[in-house]
Design a protein. Structure first.
Length: 183
């Protein structure tokens, strides 16, 4: 009887090292693209969070038949001064028109700090947005510019006087102002 022996199957050490070297080169090539993808994803998440918050605040103003304020907040309870929103924001009723949430009333919603390297700023002079009971947002249009340290492009959320919220790509001037605060 003829007995055939099967050769052991597997990879040689040289083949394994070559495969690891190729995988390492591919990882080095893909790492910058992955960083850029993550930055774009963070900016898109921030854009969605802001747009969703603004739409919710507008609906809350209409449903409550009350003035509802959206403002930056470092503590999640009171409005902070300025146009820098990456530390978080709140939505709250402001019946007395003092630019702060009503006394003894919890905010309607609060948003936590944005991920590191993400910045959110509003138009100069528009540190907060007040939606009226009819859904309008008085004053001039307000522009939220969202940028990330590793991205070359930015996003914008724009609120019209009518209260309409729309999304856009950031223009060069607003993007540059946003990125300047990250350095």
């Amino acid at each position: 009887m003829a007995h055939h022996q099967r050769a052991a199957q597997g990879f040689t050490l040289t083949e394994l090292l070559m495969a690891l070297a190729i995988a390492g080169v591919l990882a080095m090539i893909g790492a910058p693209a992955m960083g850029s993808l993550l930055a774009r994803t963070r900016a898109a998440s921030a854009e969605a969070a802001i747009a969703g918050t603004l739409r919710h605040a507008r609906s809350a103003a209409i449903m409550r038949n009350a003035r509802v304020l959206v403002c930056p907040s470092r503590d999640g309870h009171l409005c902070s001064a300025g146009d820098d929103w990456q530390h978080g924001w709140i939505v709250a009723q402001d019946s007395d028109h003092d630019g702060q949430p009503d006394d003894n009333a919890a905010p309607i919603t609060a948003q936590a700090t944005m991920p590191a390297g993400t910045r959110v700023i509003t138009s100069i002079g528009r540190g907060q947005i007040a939606f009226q009971p009819n859904g309008s947002a008085g004053g001039s249009n307000v522009r939220f510019t969202i940028c990330h340290a590793n991205a070359r492009e930015g996003k914008e959320v724009i609120v019209a006087n009518s209260g309409r919220v729309r999304l856009a790509s950031a223009d060069a001037a607003h993007l540059q102002a946003c990125l300047a605060g990250l350095q």
